[in-house]
Design a protein around this ligand. Structure first.
Ligand code: BES
Ligand code: ZN
Ligand code: ZN
Length: 507
């Protein structure tokens, strides 16, 4: 959608639907602002308020009520409940904006006007309001099903958004809108990759799409092929990839801070798991639900999305994004349980379960990421079913050796609503992944604490003195049902979280 700011006033601005956010006050809709703004207009004022009350609209967060109003050019007012002013969070705005945008779509409204509420009462500024509103609407409107062959040309609604504002508020609104567009684009880029079927999004294709995105966004991207990874002895990525006819790749994308200050900007490496399909390999997964394993590249998609956001916002950071990508399949040449492989770092690993493949490809990628001694490393991965059992769909697990990263990611999670929950990373779990026949084994001793032993395994490939955080996004990468801010399927979880964390770390 195209978003602008208009100063014409609510009655006279051309549009198809006027969205009017309303607070709840003492268990009733606070209709005073609406009443005074529409006073004297045909179908407005006290008569309109009475109509809205009669319909039982209480201003409850996420409630919607369209009412006709001939006194405004748009003809329709969609009153949307924000809840009690003091309880409105940033995510409330995203959700309400998402629901309003979807209602505008069913009403076939091409041009949507949005009346600004008194943002002061909610405890945040106009910039945050515009940022969350636009982000919520853009995320909600994204569609799935582009591979359906029903070619009936569907018109797309809505196409334009317009905030109704006074002169004083336009600058802040414009900044918020631009930031939101970048965040939404990064998230949607990630979602789209997650939703693509694994026969289309192979490792090679993922690399090609990363390359194309890097080019259009003005970043550089290198892709290592099998021969190049062999030179680096990347036994983890090559080992996992050797069971598939689809060759593995290593995506190495770079965003440089603009300007002269760029050289002094902090260096951050984001690493994301890019398993385009996880069948489990020889330790084959059960058939039921195996299709979900097309989303096993969600971490890789998220870090690419984060890079897109960083570059659109021209963040003062030197960012590197590393995505090891492979397909985990059973085959005559596939890695077997009991195989011992040698990783790029030189460490040997006994593969006890070929379904614990994410940690193997990440081990090489983390080693590769650490070579240039960056200031921070963050990885995101759909790593363990154990994390899904522990935290469910709405929280990612966070394991880290750095208080700075834990704080930044918690704050970023709160603001983006891509929330993380801090879990332990301790010696007891590191002991569990010590090998019998090799340096390490790719399993803990049992299923207990599976997310923690997986993180402990990764820790063996990161320097103790490099601040590093591991985010297990196995739960939130995929949504089993539609939400206010998006359809079911890939969520793009992690792109906004990591971009925001980067912003916090460099500010
Ligand atoms: N990709 C899976 C983890 C996963 C599970 C992601 C559910 C999303 C939803 C991962 O590669 C895996 O299979 N992990 C195993 C590890 C086990 C063998 C130690 C698991 O969690 O069962
Ligand atoms: Zn697996
Ligand atoms: Zn996996």
């Amino acid at each position: 959608m195209r978003w602008t700011v208009s100063r014409t006033g609510l009655a006279d601005t051309a549009g198809d639907l006027l969205v009017f956010p309303v607070f709840k006050k003492d268990d009733e809709a606070d209709l005073k602002p609406l009443q005074s703004q529409t006073r004297g207009l045909q179908g407005g004022g006290p008569a309109l308020s009475a109509l809205i009350r009669k319909a039982g609209f209480s201003g409850q967060a996420e409630s919607l009520l369209p009412v006709p109003c001939s006194g405004v050019k748009a003809g329709w007012i969609l009153v949307v409940g924000l809840g009690k002013a003091k309880e409105v969070g940033l995510e409330t705005l995203r959700k309400v904006a998402g629901l309003a945008a979807k209602r505008a779509r069913t009403m076939k409204a091409a041009r949507v006007l949005v009346q600004l509420p008194g943002t002061g009462a909610m405890g945040f500024d106009d910039r945050s309001f515009a940022r969350c509103w636009v982000e919520g609407a853009e995320l909600a409107l994204a569609k799935i099903g582009e591979l359906k062959t029903d070619k009936k040309k569907k018109e797309d609604f809505p196409r334009q958004g317009k905030f109704l504002a006074t002169t004083a508020r336009t600058k802040e609104l414009r900044e918020g809108m631009a930031e939101a567009q970048a965040y939404a684009a990064g998230c949607l880029f990630a979602r789209h990759l997650v939703n693509l079927p694994p026969n289309i999004l192979t490792p090679k294709e993922m690399a090609a799409r990363a390359r194309r995105m890097a080019r259009t966004e003005g970043m550089t991207c290198r892709v290592l092929n099998v021969a190049q990874m062999k030179k680096l002895n990347m036994g983890g990525i090559l080992g996992v990839g050797q069971g598939s006819r689809q060759e593995p790749r290593l995506i190495d994308l770079e965003y440089k801070a603009p300007g002269a200050a760029g050289r002094k900007a902090p260096s951050i490496v984001l690493v994301g798991k890019g398993i385009t399909f996880d069948s489990g390999g020889i330790s084959l997964k059960p058939g039921a639900g195996m299709d979900l394993m097309k989303s096993d590249m969600g971490g890789g998609a998220a870090v690419l999305g984060a890079a897109l956001i960083a570059s659109r916002l021209k963040l003062p950071v030197n960012l590197r994004v590393i995505v090891p990508t492979a397909e985990n399949m059973p085959d005559g040449l596939a890695v077997k349980p009991a195989d011992v492989i040698t990783m790029a770092s030189g460490k040997t690993v006994e593969v006890l379960n070929t379904d614990a493949e994410g940690r193997l490809i990440l081990a090489d990628a983390l080693w590769y990421a650490g070579r240039g001694k960056p200031d921070f490393i963050i990885d995101a991965a759909t790593l363990t079913g154990a994390c899904v059992i522990a935290l469910g769909e709405h929280f990612a697990g966070l394991m880290s050796n750095s208080a700075t990263l834990i704080d930044a990611l918690k704050q970023a999670g709160g603001e983006t609503f891509e929330r993380v929950w801090h879990l332990p990373l301790v010696d007891e779990h590191k002991k569990e992944v010590e090998g019998t026949w090799s340096d390490l084994k790719n399993l803990g001793n049992g299923r207990e604490g599976g997310a923690l032993t997986a993180a402990a395994f990764l820790a063996a490939f990161v320097d103790d003195d490099t601040p590093w955080a591991h985010i297990d996004i196995a739960g939130p990468a995929w949504s089993s049902s539609p939400r206010a801010t998006g359809p079911k399927g890939g969520t793009g979880f992690g792109a906004r979280l990591m971009a925001r964390a980067v912003q916090i770390l460099v500010s």
